[in-house]
Ligand binder design. Structure first.
Ligand SMILES: NC(=O)c1ccc[n+]([C@@H]2O[C@H](COP(=O)([O-])OP(=O)(O)OC[C@H]3O[C@@H](n4cnc5c(N)ncnc54)[C@H](OP(=O)(O)O)[C@@H]3O)[C@@H](O)[C@H]2O)c1
Length: 686
């Protein structure tokens, strides 16, 4: 058997362009999408007589506006050369009914992708030439290169020569497209389709997985999320690497990166489990070649693209990577400093200081509010029209096995979220905020959100290294930050740290009691020391911090204490017994103190998040016998932080954060057995 190295690869260049081969032949381009439009424009600019076959839609209107004659697909298919540039999975549905019957004997049909030919999804008539002209560049870039006088690569081939002119027609089409200015590699439709799918599904999938995994691992270890997206692709360094692969060569360009990168990259590459990857790639290749993938993709299309919709819902829904990209964009946008946020200090330190001082004067008064402003959002009517579609998508794509009642609640909740009023910007300028457990998750996001809103923040946790990394990042944007080691179970340390913060900043306005640990196992499996640890952290820790902060706040005559409880502080959850007990207790403590401290001008707020995408469940005590909650709806820590700022600015008493959580609280009041049943459904053994 020959391997690929033994096979001769034929490459066509500009010198192979036939002269005037498409002269006198009518050319039809079927489909006016990205590639169809580029092909039509390039062919027309190269002198070919082109018309478009398309159904009556906005693409047809665009083609007419760009000067093309547009006719139904069946009419266009009667031209001399018919170039099919419809989506892969659509071709089989259209071919038998509209294209094949119209093809003239002696004409040529060309495909922009080998997919439908390769997997036997269509069978062109015996009397026509069958060609492959498959560009290796997206439509808009291919057009731009053509206009600039450059070419772009393509895979080309003759599948059937019935006229004796198939090769010349193929080269004429490739030349007219602009392909031969760069080069075209000869290939069969089967080979082209296999190559295309194989690289998308192996190299593409591994690259995507590598980005997501590296992001998660490094972020969990405290590397800023923004820095990660910058390092991996936002800086453009990676593009330069791929450009070097192209220009210098994959191995040969490695020297450009310096000895550290070469040593690290090569040694780590050698240590990767390539055996498992090779086996999985072989399996993917077998599946593609056997037509298994094509069959599944055709079923997907036949069923209305459920997986594609699911993927799109994921792509456009919450993700820590997209959140980091947005934050980076905000930080680097030209008006990043205009909202009174941290970078205002950098652009105009005097004005910023004046604004802080004026806010401080206002803030010093009892019960004064941080200022709130809102920014414009998509018009309400537009959101109203889009809302049912979005809610339907959420309903449809809840993970398999999700009880319908949960799906109903969640879809309704997202509907409500869509209709929410404009997002609010807060100004906590000059306020001093202390956050416990600020090294990760909700605590970190809350500290960062207060900092963005102009507050001075004291970050506390047991992980000083991580705190320093966060503080450094915040300082670089002009925020005043201090870091303190604090194990909240240590009463003495709590008093010392809170006293230091008050002295350093001159006051303490907001105490966020966030530090907490979870449990995910049966009560009988929970060790005594672990039980104490949960109670000491989640309940006693809060009591220590409040007792330390009260004298300072009382002396100021104002203060706000925000205690992070949980929806599990409203509704008992199986396998979270002691955790739930502490979170119920936190709510009780908050409620009592709210009344007790009312006259002193000190506000108490309890915040009850639902399942949030943090390290919480990974760090929870499980003793190796873990249970976990398969909660279908997870929220980001940034969203929780935003609601904490909202609760603080609006002087709320208690906020139950997620709509699912709110629903759970309500149902628990009126139909406790129903909610017990539903909760048990989402608890599972690891
Ligand atoms: N994630 C959820 O689904 C969820 C849902 C509802 C409520 N909550 C609550 O939200 C709060 C934050 O949790 P998270 O989701 O952000 O989890 P996380 O990422 O694990 O953060 C927990 C934080 O608590 C700190 N902490 C733990 N023990 C401590 C101690 N003895 N002294 C000082 N700090 C301590 C940890 O800091 P160090 O280990 O670095 O000191 C860590 O920064 C917790 O109170 C949790 O109960 C979470």
């Amino acid at each position: 058997m020959m391997n690929s190295a033994d096979k001769q690869v034929r490459v066509y260049r500009a010198a192979d362009s036939p002269k005037g081969v498409l002269d006198g032949e009518s050319v039809a381009v079927l489909g006016y999408g990205h590639l169809g439009r580029t092909a039509a424009l390039n062919l027309r600019d190269s002198g070919a007589k082109v018309r478009i076959g398309n159904r009556e839609d906005e693409y047809a209107r665009q083609a007419r506006a760009e000067g093309f004659e547009v006719v139904p697909i069946a009419a266009a298919a009667a031209d001399d050369v018919v170039f099919v540039l419809l989506p892969d999975e659509v071709i089989p549905a259209v071919f038998g009914g509209e294209i094949a019957p119209a093809l003239k004997p002696g004409s040529a049909i060309a495909f922009g992708s080998g997919y439908s030919l390769a997997f036997g999804l269509i069978h062109p008539p015996e009397a026509v030439d069958v060609l492959l002209v498959a560009p290796r560049m997206a439509g808009s870039s291919a057009r731009a290169r053509y206009v600039a006088g450059q070419g772009f690569w393509a895979c080309i081939g003759v599948e059937a020569d019935r006229s004796g002119r198939a090769q010349q027609r193929m080269l004429g089409l490739a030349a007219g497209l602009g392909v031969l200015r760069a080069g075209a590699i000869q290939m069969s439709a089967k080979m082209e389709a296999t190559l295309d799918l194989f690289v998308e599904q192996t190299f593409g999938a591994v690259l995507g997985t590598a980005i997501m995994t590296a992001f998660e691992v490094a972020r969990d270890d405290g590397i800023p999320a923004e820095a990660l997206v910058l390092e991996m692709y936002r800086s453009g360094e990676m593009e330069a690497v791929f450009q070097a692969f192209r220009e210098t060569g994959f191995f040969r360009s490695a020297e450009d990166h310096g000895p550290t990168a070469v040593f690290g990259g090569i040694t780590r590459t050698m240590a990767m489990d390539r055996g498992a990857m090779t086996e999985s790639f072989r399996e993917i290749l077998r599946d593609i070649k056997s037509g298994g993938f094509a069959q599944r993709f055709q079923e997907e299309a036949g069923n209305g693209y459920p997986m594609l919709e699911f993927a799109r819902a994921m792509m456009h829904g919450y993700s820590p990577i997209s959140t980091a990209e947005d934050r980076l964009r905000r930080l680097t946008s030209s008006n990043a400093g205009s909202s009174g946020g941290p970078s205002a200090e950098l652009s105009d330190p005097m004005a910023h200081q004046a604004s802080i001082e004026s806010t401080q004067r206002v803030a010093a008064g009892r019960g004064s509010s941080p200022s709130i402003s809102s920014e414009p959002r998509t018009p309400w009517a537009a959101r109203l029209i889009r809302a049912p579609g979005r809610a339907w998508t959420v309903w449809k794509h809840a993970p398999a096995g999700t009880p319908w009642k949960y799906k109903l609640v969640c879809a309704g909740v997202h509907l409500k979220a869509l209709l929410r009023l404009a997002p609010v910007k807060y100004d906590f300028g000059g306020r001093v905020v202390l956050v416990t457990g600020a090294a990760s998750g909700i605590g970190r996001a809350t500290a960062e959100a207060f900092a963005r809103a102009g507050a001075k923040v004291a970050l506390t946790s047991r992980d000083m290294k991580q705190l320093e990394a966060i503080a450094e990042q915040l300082r670089s944007t002009g925020v005043k930050v201090s870091t303190h080691h604090l194990d909240v179970t240590d009463r003495g340390e709590a008093f010392a740290v809170i006293d230091t913060v008050a002295k350093e900043f001159g006051r303490l306005d907001i105490l966020v009691n966030n530090a907490g640990i979870g449990q995910c196992l049966r009560l009988e499996d929970l060790q005594w020391e672990d039980t104490r640890k949960i109670v000491d952290t989640n309940l006693m820790g809060i009591i220590h911090c409040i007792q330390a902060a009260l004298p300072i706040m009382k002396q100021q005559g104002s203060g706000q204490i925000i205690n992070v409880s949980s929806t599990a502080g409203h509704k008992g959850i199986p396998f979270l017994s002691v955790y739930c007990a502490t979170k119920f207790a936190v709510r009780g403590l908050t409620e009592s103190l709210r009344m007790e401290l009312h006259k002193e001008g000190i506000e108490l707020i309890s915040v009850c998040p639902g399942t949030t995408d943090t390290n919480f469940f990974r760090r929870a005590i499980t003793n190796g016998k873990g249970w976990y909650l398969k909660s279908p709806w997870t929220h980001g820590p940034d969203g929780v932080a935003e609601r904490i700022l909202h609760a603080s600015a609006r002087h709320k008493r208690e906020v139950v954060l997620t709509p699912e959580g709110k629903m759970m609280v309500i149902i628990n009041k009126f139909a406790p057995r129903l909610i017990d049943f539903m909760t048990l459904k989402v608890a599972a053994k690891e």
